[in-house]
Design a protein around this ligand. Sequence first.
Ligand code: ZN
Length: 125
Amino acid sequence: MDEDHVVSKAMKACPRCFEQVHADAEICRYCRSRIANAKDGQYVRVRAKTGDKIYRGDLFVGKTERISDTINDTRRFIILSNAKEEGKLSDISIGFLALNKDSIESIRLSETDDGKGSNNVRQIY
Ligand SMILES: [Zn+2]
């Protein structure tokens, strides 16, 4: 499906106020908080299951953190950028998504964006 290959703008969500800011921004233009930059870590593709919905998106993991640190830290939400909701027929692009950790049943590393990377998926939460 073509929707699966739409490239999102280079934006990311501020981890504090969840507003969309430029991917290279170091200070949020809305709440003025410092934001992790790409050089401070990396984005990893994850697949999260919440109730009856499955989302895929890029989770920012700081340079000194492991993915499990990010998922299990004290923040109530995880932020996924370039997020998609998996639909029965095609995926729905969301852009960015703040997922309440309480609603997440499982979250797994996803090596690829097409759902075919399941051999590489491992349980991390
Ligand atoms: Zn902000």
